[in-house]
Design a protein around this ligand. Sequence first.
Ligand code: SF4
Length: 374
Amino acid sequence: MAGIYVHIPFCKTRCSYCDFYSTLESELPERYVSAVAAEGRLRQQELDGENVLTAYVGGGTPSQLTLEQMQRLVHRLNDTFDLSNIQEFTVEVNPDDVSTRYIEGLAKLGVNRISMGVQSFVDSELRAIGRRHTALQAIKAVDDMRQAGITNVSIDLIFGLPGQTLQSWEASLMQAVKLRPDHISAYALSYEPGTRLWLQRERGEVQEAPEELSISMYDMLTQVLKNAGYEHYEISNFALPHRHSRHNSSYWAGTPYLGLGASAHSFDGMVRRYNPADIRGYITAIERGETCYETESLTWQEKYDEMVMVRLRTAHGIDLDEMERSFGKPALEHFMQEARPHLHNGRLMRTDNRMSLTADGIMVSDAIIRDLMW
Ligand code: SF4
């Protein structure tokens, strides 16, 4: 069982909050698509014949590729990997790039899930973070996807935006629920060093949402989506029944995946590999027939911390038998010792042999995870 991730690092403009690797250079996509296809051939053996069950084309903005470029990319990957058993094939799009023709083209390539960065359904909030699209474009894009036969639609939302109030957040949530996407990811806005938004805050041009407001917004998010029938299956992820993201769930479960493209990461079950966040360096290396990743083997402690950090974010939580099998009895005893006060104050719960966060625990998950790490 394995997944493939492809990073498409092109954006038309930069959103003010974003620190993902992407470039505004528009003359590189043709060469880049060829390089990604070539990297797939160079690294094919890393999947070791594993059955590829999920594929995810993310970014950047994958929908900045033309349909023809996307077709070439998928056909070349198909020549290299056996994609015949793929259960979930996701492509990320931006609302202002989407047309029915584009989505129909993706569907013909086997894409069965689209993930779209909506962020807010309030235009002034979208402008405040440098998004190019409007709320109406996002609503129309979801319609276009359904018209084109995509039955699995995911949208991203952000709360704590400059100028956002509890009422306007509620309006965005209500609009989201009305559209009834199969999956919703919702994140608190974070101020990352080096972004335009960070600078704006430094200059006093925008105010960070107070912590109490962020907590109220998160609380509202979980209530509204729960009432609308969404399962809260990971701290930031909600899905209608049977619509959990398989690709992301396999990351959390530690399933191997091969990441292709500039800044993409890979994991083969033991070793992580990191491609450079440098599109020209990446293309040049691949065109010379060389891979260009850096390798990191996780230490015992890093693996333990990663299990705590990643699994505790999910509704399934940490399987205590698996923890003992993977790290030994003393590690499990250490974990139970650290978990005790949080169990006592109702922030962690034990169900059968699993440990997970309660609703109260989710609100302070970072602090709990820090306590439980080695
Ligand atoms: S949020 Fe998406 S579209 Fe905006 S700059 Fe980042 S990668 Fe590009």
